[in-house]
Design a protein around this ligand. Structure first.
Ligand code: FSX
Ligand code: SF4
Ligand code: F3S
Length: 359
């Protein structure tokens, strides 16, 4: 952080630390008894050096982080880590910035966390994204080997994101497609919830190891459950009450957005619980269907955004749990169906057991 403190960020007060520790502990799915351990880690004097790279993206990941508050997540994170290089936040520019990166890589070799924001173009030797005359590919291959761990923030860095949408003209990919030999965590979302990034960093600092990850390398505490299973509109889905048109009576009543294209049944994230910004809102809470932004290739697999995916009847009520699972499995498509099947297994098992008991 050192040089970046000029950015005007204030030190956190003790009260804020406790509040942050409480939020992070809950977000990580840990019991309240762990708050003290987490708070102690937050207050520890050692701050891991972080090199933050920007490639092909909209900078929404950093922007959403900077706009988070209660507690101010940006302040907290920037206070927890020693941010040695970040193109959006640092004062240096041009040659000075390039020197800073080189210096940080050498000085903190094998100790720094590398955070990557944005996808990496691979076609034509990666010429479609260049910073200071070097391709994103070159920069990543230069910085990644010295990292102790890599966090891919956002769907672009995790899976390629919007620039990887078909026909993917630049051959954009996520970090995991290039860096194969480093511990790597994906924190997807377009943009991701800043609290999920915060909780991942706090977990690393508190336990000195990675949280449990799913098969897409996402922390399970944040991406272990489907949107649909946590959604406040779920009772409407179960009862067959749907918004038929934006602005209609059902929309005003907060009915289910499935018919408006909501991809909550196929999307794994904690948005309904963690929510965004001070007002505690999230897309479905605001009246818009989930577009599946935490999933790989959602620009292709989850479109059209305003239609539910073809081949599924809209549930009319009754036998709903299985119906929802079918939608989840179908909507995910062949590539990702395994996740839904796996996650759905528990719910189906529960439903079956219940039915067996009732028989
Ligand atoms: Fe990608 Fe980040 Fe989407 Fe943007 O920078 S995840 S385009 S909202 O925010 O990388
Ligand atoms: Fe919520 Fe969407 Fe599922 Fe409806 S389809 S219950 S709006 S997640
Ligand atoms: Fe993204 Fe859906 Fe959450 S669109 S922000 S995963 S509700």
């Amino acid at each position: 952080m050192s040089r970046l403190l000029a950015h005007g960020l204030m030190k956190l007060r003790r009260r804020d630390f406790l509040k942050a520790a409480t939020i992070a502990t809950a977000a990580m799915g840990l019991p309240a008894s762990m708050v003290d351990k987490v708070a102690a880690a937050l207050k520890a004097p050692e701050r891991p050096p972080v090199i933050w790279l920007h490639f092909m993206e909209c900078t929404g990941c950093t922007e959403s982080l900077l706009r988070a508050s209660h507690p101010d997540v940006a302040t907290l994170i920037l206070d927890l880590i020693s941010l040695e290089y970040h193109e959006t936040l640092m004062a240096a520019a041009g040659k000075q910035a390039e020197e800073n990166l080189k210096h940080a890589v050498e000085k903190y070799r094998n100790r720094y966390i590398c955070v990557v924001e944005g996808g990496i173009p691979t076609k034509d030797d990666g010429v479609y994204c260049k910073i200071g005359g070097r391709t994103a590919l070159e920069i990543l291959k230069d910085v990644a080997p010295g990292a102790s761990a890599i966090i891919a923030i956002g769907t672009c860095a995790s899976f390629g994101g919007v620039q990887a949408a078909s026909p993917n003209p630049t051959g954009a990919v996520g970090v995991q497609d290039i860096v194969k030999d480093k511990p790597l965590i994906n924190v997807p979302g377009c943009p991701p919830n800043p609290y999920n990034f915060l909780s991942t960093v706090v977990y690393l600092l508190t336990f000195k190891k990675f949280p449990e990850l799913d098969r897409l390398r996402r922390p399970k505490f944040a991406y272990g459950r489907r949107i649909h299973d946590q959604c406040e509109r779920r009772p409407h889905f179960d009862e067959g009450r749907f918004v038929e048109q934006f602005g209609d009576e059902g929309h005003r009543q907060g009915y289910c957005l499935y018919k408006m294209g909501c991809k909550g049944p196929a999307t794994y994230a904690n948005c309904p619980v963690q929510r965004f910004c001070d007002v505690g809102t999230w897309p479905v809470g605001s009246g818009h269907g989930c577009i599946g932004c935490t999933e790989p290739d959602f620009w292709d697999n989850m479109t059209p955004f305003y239609q539910h995916l073809p081949g599924e009847e809209v549930p009319a009520g009754g036998g709903i749990i299985r119906q929802a699972e079918r939608i989840g499995k179908f909507a995910l498509g062949a590539a990702a169906a395994g996740i839904a099947v796996h996650a759905a297994a528990g719910v189906i098992k529960k439903a079956t057991t219940k039915e067996e008991k009732e028989e």
